[in-house]
Each structure stands twice: as C-alpha cells, then as structure tokens.
Write a protein that binds this ligand. Structure first.
Ligand SMILES: Cc1cc2nc3c(=O)[nH]c(=O)nc-3n(C[C@H](O)[C@H](O)[C@H](O)COP(=O)(O)OP(=O)(O)OC[C@H]3O[C@@H](n4cnc5c(N)ncnc54)[C@H](O)[C@@H]3O)c2cc1C
Length: 316
C-alpha cells in the first residue's frame, strides 16, 4: 500500500478549497491518503477531510510562535518518516513554495513544482515549459517524492470515508538558525490569486495604482481575486504578488477577466488554462482579443463601474 501525504493549507480557519482537488488528484487504488496539518485546527477539519477520502489526519504541533517555515518543514519531514509517507503532495502556493523545497532538500528527494497532472503510481508528472508552449512529462526516481500541484487543475470529488486524528509533537532545535522577525501583509489582494475561481486583472490600461480600486470593487462582490500584468507591477501600481504570467503567478481560474491587458505571450503563459477568458480592451486588434472566449471593445473606465453595479445588484 502506497502512503500519500497531503500538505493541508487553511484559510480563515477552514481547509482551502484547492486542497480537495489535490486529494482527488492523489486518490487511487491501494493507497492511503494522510493529511498533514501543521499548527492548524486539525480536529475541526476532520469532517471536510474525511469527505474527500483521507483516512488519517496527522495533527503536527511544533510549538513555534507564529509562522516559521524552517521549523514547519523539519516537522513535516519528521512526520513523513514517522508515518512511512513516500509521496508528499502540496499546492504550488506561497506556503507550498516555502515548505516543499525545504522538505525535498532534507529528504534528498526529487521535487517538481507547478504540476498540472500527477500520476502517483508511475511517479510521472506534467508541467508546462517555455511560457506554456510545451508540456513536459517528467519521471521521478528515488525513495521519496515531493510534488507541488497547481491549484484547481483537478476538481474536488466526494469520496467519503472515516479518518483518525493522530497527534504528532515536534520539538524544534533551540539553535534554529532561521528566525522570523516580523510578518507583514501587503493586504488588499483578497483571496489567493492562484486559488481563485474568478480573477479580475488589470494592465497598463488601468493607468495608475489608484484605478485598481475599480477591480477590487468588482472582485469583492463575488470573492474574486485581483491580478495584474507585469507592466502594472513594474510601474509600482500593485505588488509583485499580483503579477500573472511567465515570471509571475500561474493561475487556473474558472473565469479570467483582463482589463487593459494586450495579451503578450508572457502574460498569456500564466492564464491560458483559465476555463473562460474575457477581455476588455479599447483596441479591437489587441492580441488578447483573438485569444479569449469573449471580448468587449471599449474604455474600461466606462465598463468597470457598470460591471460593479451589476455585481452589487446580484448580491442584494
Ligand atoms: C522575460 C519576460 C518575462 C515577462 N513576464 C511577464 C509576466 O509574467 N506577466 C506579464 O504580464 N508580462 C510579462 N512580461 C511583459 C510582457 O512582454 C508585456 O510587456 C506585458 O505583459 C504587457 O502588459 P500590458 O498588457 O498591461 O501592457 P500593454 O501591452 O501596453 O497593453 C495595454 C493594453 O491596454 C489597452 N488599453 C489602454 N487604455 C485602455 C482603456 N482605457 N480601456 C481599455 N483598454 C485600454 C491597450 O489597447 C493595450 O492593449 C515579460 C516580458 C519578458 C521579456
């Protein structure tokens, strides 16, 4: 029997939706799914985790004050060894990017991030390369294997079972060289970009950072995230964490709305797998108009306020 670990992430005290898709991707015959929960409410998450096929929940307590990726990675490595977990699947999220490479280094295990498909039986994964122009299939070899899955690439599936919660206390070494001095949030960007079902993105056409408020105003009505092109980031209008594209976040929402974005190949590389792409651009000949499902030709400053009103009406 293959024992697969799932690195569980939380948002506002609840298991992130993308984790359920990750569980569906990891489900298979002759496999046990083990949820690894670090310094988070494992017992409260039991019902939602056992609904997606997880039979064991390891409640890892590090005793660390606050978020410390070095300590958490050590604790996860120890838990993998303790519970004979050969394969660990996490999300290619900010948390996954902090933890998974550290765990892979500690175990000297192969790591592939941003997988769009995983075959845990043959240990083969798919990931995009060259700005999304090609898909590489990579075979992993070794004793233990670490995978970072792109959020939302596999839909969640009901697979009800019974799970036991097992406590696992981890004592970090006092001499830990890595210390978190301060944690700051850049705030305002709402839900995690990579895990959102709907994204409102703005480019050079937004003209300045203040105008991004028009996108946030729309997004808040439907719990959507706000993204940006690199031009908007390079101009200092929005933080880098909001950049979508080849050198930014790769997203996979159900709907991607691009406002004042021309649709460069580098931007497209980060959002082309969206279920539906809607572009708003004043230039009918912009590249994105030929690479989207729907477009509106017009001034985004006319369209966004109307869209916000329509979304507000939906909620009222
Ligand atoms: C190595 C490398 C990596 C890169 N990585 C990324 C990346 O990760 N992400 C990324 O986005 N880019 C990336 N780029 C940059 C990329 O090549 C483009 O320069 C960038 O995506 C263009 O951003 P934009 O579409 O916002 O701006 P532009 O290409 O200038 O397009 C602005 C659009 O706004 C429209 N517009 C203007 N005013 C309005 C209005 N009032 N209403 C409606 N529409 C309007 C215009 O018609 C135009 O189509 C990278 C480039 C390189 C070389």
């Amino acid at each position: 029997m293959q024992t697969i670990g799932l690195l569980v992430e939380f948002k506002d005290g609840k298991v992130k939706e993308a984790v359920f898709g990750m569980a569906a991707a990891a489900t298979g015959t002759d496999r046990q799914l083990v949820a690894l929960v670090v310094d988070a409410p494992a017992a409260e998450a039991k019902a939602s985790l056992e609904a997606c096929g997880i039979t064991r929940i390891v409640d890892i307590r590090t005793g660390a004050a606050g978020w410390n990726p070095a300590v958490q990675a050590e604790a996860l490595t120890a838990a993998m060894q303790q519970f004979d977990i050969t394969d660990l699947v996490g999300l290619t999220s900010p948390t996954g990017r902090e933890l998974l490479p550290r765990i892979a280094a500690q175990l000297d295990a192969p790591l592939i991030m941003d997988c769009i498909a995983v075959d845990l039986e043959d240990r083969r994964v798919q990931t995009t390369q060259y700005s999304g122009k090609t898909i590489a299939t990579i075979a992993l070899t070794g004793d233990r294997f670490i995978y970072g899955l792109r959020a939302n690439v596999v839909p969640a599936q009901e697979n009800p079972t019974q799970a036991e919660v097992v406590e696992f206390s981890f004592e970090p070494e006092q001499s830990a060289a890595y210390q978190v001095i301060e944690t700051r949030s850049d705030g305002g960007s709402g839900p995690q970009l990579a895990e959102s079902d709907v994204i409102f993105s703005g480019g050079r056409g937004m003209k300045n950072g203040e105008n991004f408020k028009l996108l946030f105003d729309c997004a808040r009505h439907i719990d959507a995230a706000v993204g940006a092109s690199r031009v908007a980031v390079d101009n200092g209008w929005v933080p880098y964490a909001m950049q979508v594209g080849q050198t930014g976040v790769k997203v996979n929402p159900k709907v991607y709305l691009a406002f004042g974005i021309s649709g460069s190949v580098q931007h497209y590389a980060g959002m082309k797998s969206a279920g539906m792409i809607i572009a708003v651009n004043s230039d009918e000949n912009a590249a994105i108009m030929a690479n989207c499902d729907y477009y509106a030709t017009g001034d985004l400053f006319d369209i966004l306020p109307e869209l916000e009103k329509a979304l507000a009406a939906l909620n009222s």
